[in-house]
Ligand binder design. Structure first.
Ligand SMILES: Nc1ncnc2c1ncn2[C@@H]1O[C@H](COP(=O)(O)OP(=O)(O)OP(=O)(O)O)[C@@H](O)[C@H]1O
Length: 434
């Protein structure tokens, strides 16, 4: 007879697996503080969309990877799952319980089932607490065991994570342990309450190369022994390949592609996924291939690009992708870093102040410099276009109106691609229309 709790966790998905966590349109927006004056005036200081409309089901027993560059929202999404980062939109259900609706007491109860392993084991362990106390702490907090029973459970957890013989570790302090041993102790603490799901946030990135795969192997062994489910957060696609059943590629708060590990590695669809897969270092120099690393850096999440957020860096971008004023400014500046000094001086004098292009818009005005006209500006724009006709920004230009004081450049409004099925993966990219 299943317990009430087990019944709650028993919505069967189509393929028969039990869905443990259901996320729908999850948003985690952080309000920007702004200056004291703007707060006083009540003006809108904007927000960072750390997670921006993520839907994801996690089946019991799965290892789901959240992969992306720094700032893509992986940690915030992982934290939101445990109620550590409050959601500002959408819903997260653990079984039939909506995480956002839980009281603090109920959340504490849920945290027996949902545990987190962090990146830095040194920061996760109190340096003045011995390992027995640290690993047994959750049992004490939840009033589950004490005395000999508690010690036995700690010994069992330490043995399970390979800190063996456990008795030799009980009275040690974190400072006595290596990085790998500390992370094993952190994992022991995370499993001691028999959780259902572990969110592991870059659990190996601060460890020596020599122990990284051992820790991942330990986690896989524990998964088999304890029937665990993992959410594995990493910027390192190679480790996700080893560890995950399914991988969600994140970019600026969104999932841009999700599929089985095999699909993601062997048939990546989103240009961002392709670039991440191509950027994995190849240990065999004879098999080295050209790397299609995305150009530029990940944009500011407080002011993401219009249209598809990846378009400014995308090698496959085209007219629909959402070109805008900031792309034009970036293009002008990139061009000016490449031309000879004299051309730069002349073009820079022809075009006036371009700061206004920093306001995101599909219409922009490129002003003429002092003693120059719109015709002169248009000539410069033509020269720039002719110098690199493959530049995808020009596919998005729907109008170039020459005015006396400059040129109005209008872009196709573009669209923000939704995540949708493309073959056996889901992908958010205009290259894969409905
Ligand atoms: N408490 C917060 N207040 C304001 N902004 C935040 C906060 N936490 C995260 N952010 C912002 O949200 C975005 C996503 O951050 P997050 O840490 O989730 O990304 P990440 O992919 O895990 O990156 P990293 O690997 O560097 O941790 C970033 O732009 C970050 O600056």
């Amino acid at each position: 007879m299943p317990t009430k709790h087990e019944q709650a966790l028993d919505p069967q998905s189509a393929d028969g697996a039990t869905t443990l966590v259901t996320m729908r349109d999850v948003e985690v927006y952080f309000r920007l503080q702004g200056s004291g004056l703007s707060r006083l005036l009540g003006s809108d200081t904007g927000s960072v969309k750390a997670v921006d409309g993520v839907s994801l089901d996690i089946a019991k027993g799965e290892v789901v990877g959240l992969v992306g560059e720094s700032g893509s929202g992986k940690s915030t999404l992982g934290r939101s799952l445990l109620g550590l980062a409050p959601i500002t939109g959408g819903s997260i259900h653990y079984g039939d319980q909506a995480i956002a609706d839980l009281s603090n007491r109920e959340l504490r109860g849920i945290r027996r089932d949902l545990q987190m392993v962090f990146q830095d084991p040194s920061a996760a362990l109190n340096p003045s607490m011995d390992i027995e106390t640290a690993v047994g702490h959750p049992l004490k907090i939840h009033k589950i065991a004490r005395g000999n029973d508690l010690r036995e459970r700690v010994v069992d957890a330490l043995e399970r994570v390979g800190l063996s013989p456990a008795e030799q570790f009980l009275k040690k302090y974190p400072g006595d342990l290596s990085g790998g041993q500390k992370q094993r102790a952190v994992i022991a603490r995370a499993i001691i309450l028999n959780p259902q799901l572990l969110v592991a946030d870059e659990p190996i990135s601060m460890l020596d190369m020599s122990v990284r795969s051992k820790i991942l192997q330990l986690m896989l062994d524990l998964k088999a022994d304890l029937d665990l489910t993992y959410v594995y957060i990493t910027h390192d696609l190679a480790s996700a390949k080893f560890f995950c059943d399914r991988i969600a590629i994140m970019y600026l708060g969104r999932i841009v592609e999700i599929g089985t590990t095999d699909e993601i590695f062997n048939h990546p669809k989103h240009p961002y996924t392709k670039s991440l897969v191509a950027a994995i270092p190849d240990l065999d120099p004879d098999r080295a291939v050209d790397r299609e690393v995305p150009r530029g850096e990940i944009p500011d999440a407080a002011s993401p690009p219009l249209g598809c957020a990846f378009h400014p860096r995308c090698p496959a971008a085209f007219d629909k992708c959402g070109w805008e004023s900031r792309d034009l400014r970036a293009l002008l500046e990139a061009h000016w870093t490449k031309v000879p000094e004299a051309d730069f001086e002349a073009e820079r004098a022809t075009i006036g102040e371009v700061d206004a292009l920093d306001v995101p818009s599909h219409t922009s005005h490129v002003p003429a410099g002092k003693d120059h006209s719109g015709v002169d500006v248009d000539e410069v724009l033509t020269r720039i276009k002719d110098s690199d006709p493959q530049e995808p920004l020009w596919t998005g230009v729907s109008g170039r109106d020459v005015r006396p004081d400059g040129v109005d450049v209008t872009f196709e409004p573009g669209q923000d691609p939704k995540l949708r099925a493309a073959g056996s993966v889901q992908v958010a990219c205009h290259l894969y229309p409905e």
